[in-house]
Design a protein around this ligand. Structure first.
Ligand code: NAP
Length: 294
């Protein structure tokens, strides 16, 4: 069994980007600038945005954090989005989800200019991704594909069962894995909460991507020997014995499933760090495009 070490691979990717940034500086070019918008004080969001900003510093990107109070109105947030769209200094930006309930997420994501949408959530970018066109592929599915590519996991003609159909993980990864190309060409089944007999499907799967957010959902008796297991789930489970008052777990019963798997991602240290690395890669791509179009 091989651990798909997202931490190690994401560090390699960050090192590769840092080399690019250093040569940009040497050539006297502007370095990529990523902005992040965070509304409210959700603990997990604060952690994610914090590590995105820290990663920018590490690789030599510029970064700006707009941290707005929970009571920010949709209109105020949209004003900031328009400001970021117009700002020539910003190459790309993200609006950290989830947003407070009084703000329509869809409205906000639709307002992000597709050329700065480094999360790849805008319909223009999602559509291009689905049509095999060059675009910003949203960071989590992009990270999974990159992890499979770098470990040379064979996906051609394999049966991949994806559990979860969200717009940011399950749906796009089902499209990417079924496309023509490296780390793709799989035959994909997309399962969700209305799917009957998930176990029957997962037992046939050569590759399982679990993206539901239900701790320990995928058990060893649901997996065939030699399967490749990608655990996207990140859930905070309250635990008073831990220093932070919680621990992080994935969707997979790692202890038991890893004994049957050929490859498996750990949580933490699997898909999570890859997501950040691919966001940075998208920001580098945005900078290159803006330079060419300037
Ligand atoms: P989401 O929007 O809540 O979607 C969850 C999906 O799982 C839905 O399609 C839902 O089905 C399905 N589902 C829920 N319970 C199920 C069950 N018992 N059986 C089968 N399907 C079930 O979640 P998400 O945003 O995709 O995130 C999923 C997990 O990944 C979360 O733990 C999240 O924190 C994590 N995540 C991790 C990263 C990373 O960087 N590693 C990035 C994003 C998300 P329905 O559509 O029928 O409701």
């Amino acid at each position: 069994m091989t651990i798909l070490d997202g931490k190690k691979i994401s560090n390699q990717i960050k090192d590769e980007i840092a080399i690019e940034v250093a040569s940009m500086k040497e050539r006297g070019e502007k370095v990529p600038h990523l902005a992040a918008v965070l509304v409210g004080t959700d603990g997990a969001s604060l952690t994610y945005v914090g590590s995105k900003v820290r990663s920018c510093k590490r690789i030599g990107f510029e970064s700006t954090l707009h941290h707005l109070p929970s009571e920010t109105t949709e209109k105020e947030l949209l004003q900031l989005v328009h400001q970021l769209n117009e700002d020539p200094n910003i190459d790309g930006y993200i609006v950290q989800l989830p947003l407070p309930k009084h703000i329509d997420e869809q409205e906000v994501l639709m307002a992000v200019h597709p050329d700065k949408d480094v999360d790849g959530f805008h319909p223009t970018n999602f559509g291009k991704m689905a049509l095999d066109m060059e675009t910003f592929i949203s960071a989590t599915p992009y990270g999974i594909m990159e992890l499979l590519r770098r470990y040379k996991v064979d996906t051609e003609g394999k049966h991949a069962v994806i559990i979860g159909r969200s717009h940011i993980v399950g749906r796009p990864i089902s499209i990417l894995m079924s496309q023509k190309g490296k780390a793709a060409n799989a035959t994909v089944t997309l399962a969700h909460s209305r799917t009957k007999n998930i176990k029957e499907l997962t037992l046939q799967a050569d590759i399982i991507v679990s993206a539901l957010g239900v701790p320990h959902f995928l058990k060893a008796d649901m997996v065939k020997t030699g399967a490749v297991i990608i655990d996207v789930g990140i859930t905070r489970v309250e635990d008073a014995t831990k220093e932070k008052g919680y621990y992080i777990t994935g969707d997979v019963d790692f202890e038991a499933v890893s004994k049957k798997a050929s490859y498996i991602t750990p949580v933490p240290g699997g898909v999570g760090p890859m997501t950040i690395a691919m966001l940075l890669k998208n920001t580098l791509l945005a900078r290159e495009r803006h330079r060419k179009n300037a």
